[in-house]
Design a protein around this ligand. Structure first.
Ligand SMILES: *Cc1c(COP(=O)(O)O)cnc(C)c1O
Length: 443
């Protein structure tokens, strides 16, 4: 069957995520691409055309599609155990993964609670924080703080700490909105301010809120270093140090949502390491399974775990998802950690990240480009354009050059898998510049 057949059947039967389905219809429409197979950084359609996955399939893929080592681990696991419920049962993969993730925090976060998606990890962290304070007799601590422009997922609980109008506003009546505190986004710098100055200014705002709400805040939730979904807003690690100190002073948890920035994406293995701090609760997903299977985890300090440890069942954390700690997903995650260890990935990425930035560096001079920025394996810039269709035009222009890039509004970003070659980085850079020229010329 041709691409067109699959596309038609998909549009008849599948409701696609994050999409106004009408945009797939008619002339000049957003294409819907049926993918037959993947290999390395490339996705192949049914007619042999290929696309360089410049955004790691929504930031999940780390070591390429159909990675031989992850495939081998999954095949082996498949012959032994595909899944077993994690209440009353346990298995080797869930145990080893929890131990290894904890070791990667130097033991600071000693317990792992599994779930299946990022948003469910966020829900778990929020419930755990609230319930911890309840178990400690602090029942007034039921408010959460989140940053301006924060994104923590799209279930009703996660939307409460998400500040992206497009995703949240329609559901506002369903949501118990968290308090929003200023973002440390370095682009907010005014007249000679440095990124550190912006971070300090944002921390002032955080302290004012913590003081005003003293005794009522359970936790602050942040995306460390890069606020992804609202447009790759980057901040100085100083903000995380100040936020850590303020949460300690006012008796609130610090939740780090590293669903997008963990697993080396922002340079260090966990993004919060860059600030020399540890959160109380850490949410991980996306890259955790190398981009293979839905898996998420919340790591917590032992002190939080201990507050639930009791004869009384109501003081326990009774949350669950059917596929919690799925054995296949855990084996993909363990294979992913093996690759990090065996290939010295973080060091190799330092060089790769420089090349990625270099591939876009000339755009710093482009009259329509501002705030060219990078953090680890993420490069982004903002485009001055009044065209409401800029992002879709750019997307189509990049696809025509065999490259998958999906701007967020007027922010274009590169976030490729960690196995991209120099040649592929070159192609990403060239396609970005050409797609930009084409999208800007269209109006
Ligand atoms: C993607 C993302 C989520 C939500 O994860 P899902 O698996 O899509 O539910 C939450 N937080 C951040 C920072 C993310 O980037």
């Amino acid at each position: 069957m041709s691409n067109e057949d699959w596309t038609r059947r998909s549009l008849n039967a599948v409701w696609h995520p994050c999409t106004q389905m009408r945009h797939h219809a008619g002339g000049g429409a957003l294409p819907l691409l049926p993918i037959l197979r993947g290999e390395g950084a490339w996705l192949y359609d049914f007619e042999g055309r290929r696309y360089l996955d410049g955004i790691s399939s929504w930031w999940t893929n780390l070591f390429g599609h159909a990675n031989p080592r992850i495939n081998a681990a999954l095949r082996e696991q498949l012959e032994r155990l595909e899944h077993v419920m994690l209440a009353g049962f346990t298995h080797q993969g869930a145990i080893e993964l929890a131990e290894r993730l904890s070791a990667l925090t130097d033991g600071a976060l000693g317990h792992a609670f599994y779930a299946s998606d990022g948003a469910s990890a966020v829900e778990i962290a929020l419930k755990m924080s609230f319930h911890y304070w309840l178990n400690r007799g602090e029942h007034k601590k039921n408010r959460f703080l989140c940053l301006e422009g924060s994104y923590h997922g799209e279930t009703v609980g996660a939307l409460a700490v998400t500040d992206v109008a497009l995703f949240r506003d329609a559901y506002a009546p369903l949501v118990r909105q968290a308090e929003i505190v200023p973002t440390p986004d370095a682009r907010r710098a005014v007249s000679g301010e440095s990124a550190v100055d912006v971070a300090r200014r944002a921390a002032f705002g955080l302290e004012a809120k913590l003081r005003a709400e003293e005794g009522r805040v359970a936790a602050l939730i942040v995306e460390p270093l890069v606020q992804g979904a609202s447009g790759m807003a980057m901040h100085d690690p100083e903000y995380l140090r100040l936020a850590r100190a303020l949460c300690d002073r006012y008796g609130a948890h610090l939740i780090c949502d590293e669903i997008a920035v963990g697993f080396g994406r922002a340079g260090t293995f966990f993004a919060h390491e860059e600030a020399g701090i540890r959160p109380d609760l850490l949410c991980l997903s996306k890259g955790i399974s190398g981009g293979y299977l839905p898996l998420s985890v919340v790591l917590c300090r032992d002190g939080i775990y201990q507050a639930f440890y009791d004869e009384d069942i109501r003081r326990g954390f009774l949350h669950s998802h059917s596929y919690t700690g799925n054995a296949l997903a855990c084996s993909a995650a363990l294979a992913t950690l093996d690759i990090f260890a065996e290939d010295d990935v973080l060091n190799a990425n330092r060089v790769r990240a420089e090349k990625l930035y270099a591939s876009l560096a000339s755009l710093a001079e482009h009259p329509a480009v501002s705030h060219l920025r990078a953090r680890g394996m993420i490069c982004a810039f903002d485009v001055k354009s009044e065209d409401p269709d800029f992002s879709r035009r750019f997307y189509r222009a990049a696809l025509a050059r065999e490259v998958l890039l999906r701007p967020i509004g007027n922010t274009v970003y590169l976030m490729p898998p960690y196995i991209v070659s120099d040649e592929e980085i070159g192609q990403l850079g060239r396609a970005t510049k050409e797609a930009l020229a084409e999208a800007l010329a269209a109006v």
